[in-house]
Each structure stands twice: as structure tokens, then as C-alpha cells.
Design a protein around this ligand. Structure first.
Ligand SMILES: [Zn+2]
Length: 291
């Protein structure tokens, strides 16, 4: 396994009115820094990558981002063009890399920036969310707990000797967390087995939402079962032998469905009454990690 732990810093539109004109919906976050660590099969640091990117969309540093990253306007202008940094980063990653990061926003933002610049993104198709991994291996998967890197370091008694919110340092910390989480797993094959459920493809479409308006009082079961459910990732028609699970008030349902290729999906359905009609909101998701 070729693990690259990476972290990004990004700039965005100015807060408030000034930012409305500036904002580009196809690129809400523009990368200004990439930091990464390549790990050995034993999950020890092998090589480091650090580069500043000169933004072309949000050229003025957002004051909140400046405060967190300790970056200023001058340093923002000293970076290299994104295309150059992205190509160096792809070389650094090498073939068949698994890009690990704290949370899922970094792979998402990297993907958006590559697409915005019409650059090759196939150098990474596998990602690992270390925040979710930490939650499962260290805190038995307690839901809705999005821990910070600082929290995980303290929990695992890892020294915090580097400053935070610098892309390279945050990547190094995330690498140390991955190492600490799998410290007791001795062989590479066992490590692969432990991590496999947590790998995901950041390019997969994982969610689909739609709604259906019907005459008030229509039977919910027939409406819900009568929808066509297709996997957001591959478009296959889904099937289910699971019962519809509802809350006491019968305004909310959950239904598990199955895709031949992607396994179990979850559909959440909410019903709201609006102007004498019943509006059903469907949210179909491919869960991560898998159910
Ligand atoms: Zn599928």
C-alpha cells in the first residue's frame, strides 16, 4: 500500500457582501498550500512534500483564513501556479496511491481544483478518511463525533511539537495518528485488511435527492415503494428485502436498499404537508464507511 497523508490550506471569497460577487460556485475553495507525507509500509514517514500555490480566483486572502493559517497577502502571491504544484504532487504520490486525510473535505477540494483547472485527476482514486478511522478504532465508531487532529493527538498521547494549520505539519500529525492507530497490527496484510473497509473512491457520486408531491393522505407505503431507486454511483436499479422503518409519528422513514456493485445504501424519507399536498423528500446515500 502506497500511503500519502496530505493536508490542504485554501482561500475563499471574502466574507460578507464583498464576497458575493467574488464567489465562484464551481470553486468555493481555492488551494493555496499542499502538504504531504509519504509513508513506508510500516507507516513511518519516508518523504515530505510542501508547496504554496498562487491563487488565480481568490487573490485576496480571506481574513478568517489568514488568522487560522497565519498566512498574509504577501505570502499568498509567492506561490507557484496550481498546474505546476499539482503535477509535482502527482509525481510525489506515484502510482496507485491511497490519499489519506483528516475528514473528507481535502480530497473533495483537491478534486474540485483539478477539475477547475482541467487537470488530470486519475493519479488518485482511493482515499482514506482518518477522522472516521480514528472514530472507529479509538472511540468505537461513536457517531457524529468529528474530532479534531488536536483531540486525536492528545487521546493517543502523541507529542504536539509542530505548529498547527500548516499543511505539511497537519499532514505529519495525521500520519502519526495513522501510525499510532495501527501500532499493534504487525503485518502489512493485516494492516490492509484493517483499512480496507475505510477506503473510498472520492470520485463516486454518493448521494441523490429528489421529491414527490402527492394528494394529502395518500398511503405512504405505496408511494415510497413505488419510487425507482437507482444507485447514485453506478446507476444500477436497487432492490430491497428490508422493511420500511418509520418513526412513531409516521413522518420519517428509513429504508435499506442493495446495489450489486456497491453494497448497501440507505434512503431517508421525510414527509411534509404543504398547501394541502404531501411532499415526500428522498435522500439516498451510499454510506461511508459501508453499513
Ligand atoms: Zn452501485
Amino acid at each position: 500500500m502506497n500511503f500519502i497523508v496530505f493536508d490542504l490550506e485554501w482561500n475563499s471569497a471574502q466574507p460578507g457582501k464583498a464576497g458575493i460577487k467574488e464567489n465562484r460556485p464551481e470553486l468555493p475553495f481555492e488551494i493555496i498550500e499542499i502538504g504531504a507525507v509519504k509513508l513506508s509500509p510500516e507507516l513511518e514517514p519516508l518523504a515530505f512534500f510542501s508547496a504554496n500555490v498562487r491563487p488565480v480566483v481568490y487573490k485576496k486572502i480571506n481574513k478568517y483564513i489568514a488568522r487560522v493559517t497565519q498566512r498574509d497577502q504577501e505570502s499568498l502571491m509567492q506561490g507557484d501556479p496550481f498546474s505546476l504544484v499539482a503535477s509535482d504532487f502527482a509525481d510525489f504520490c506515484g502510482a496507485d496511491a491511497i490519499l489519506a486525510s483528516w475528514g473528507q473535505s481535502d480530497p473533495e477540494v483537491l478534486k474540485q481544483n483539478l477539475e477547475f483547472h482541467h487537470l488530470e485527476s486519475t493519479f488518485f482514486t482511493k482515499a482514506l478518511d482518518l477522522q472516521v478511522l480514528f472514530s472507529h478504532l479509538a472511540e468505537s465508531g461513536v457517531k457524529s463525533q468529528q474530532r479534531s487532529i488536536e483531540y486525536a493527538l492528545e487521546f493517543l498521547r502523541i507529542d504536539a511539537d509542530l505548529s498547527f494549520h500548516n499543511a505539511l505539519n497537519d499532514a505529519r500529525y495525521a500520519g502519526r495518528i495513522l501510525n499510532a492507530l495501527l501500532l499493534d497490527v504487525k503485518t502489512e496484510a493485516e494492516r490492509r485488511d484493517a483499512l480496507r473497509p475505510f477506503l473510498y473512491n472520492p470520485f463516486l457520486e454518493r448521494e441523490k435527492r429528489w421529491q414527490e408531491t402527492v394528494a394529502a393522505g395518500s398511503g405512504p407505503e405505496a408511494i415510497i415503494r413505488g419510487q425507482e431507486y437507482k444507485c447514485p454511483a453506478c446507476g444500477r436499479v436497487l432492490n430491497s428485502t428490508e422493511p420500511l422503518v418509520t418513526t412513531k409519528k409516521k413522518k420519517r422513514w428509513t429504508w435499506l436498499l442493495y446495489c450489486e456493485q456497491h453494497g448497501q445504501l440507505r434512503c431517508q424519507i421525510n414527509r411534509r404537508r404543504h398547501e394541502g399536498k404531501d411532499v415526500y423528500h428522498f435522500r439516498l446515500t451510499l454510506p461511508y464507511p459501508p453499513l
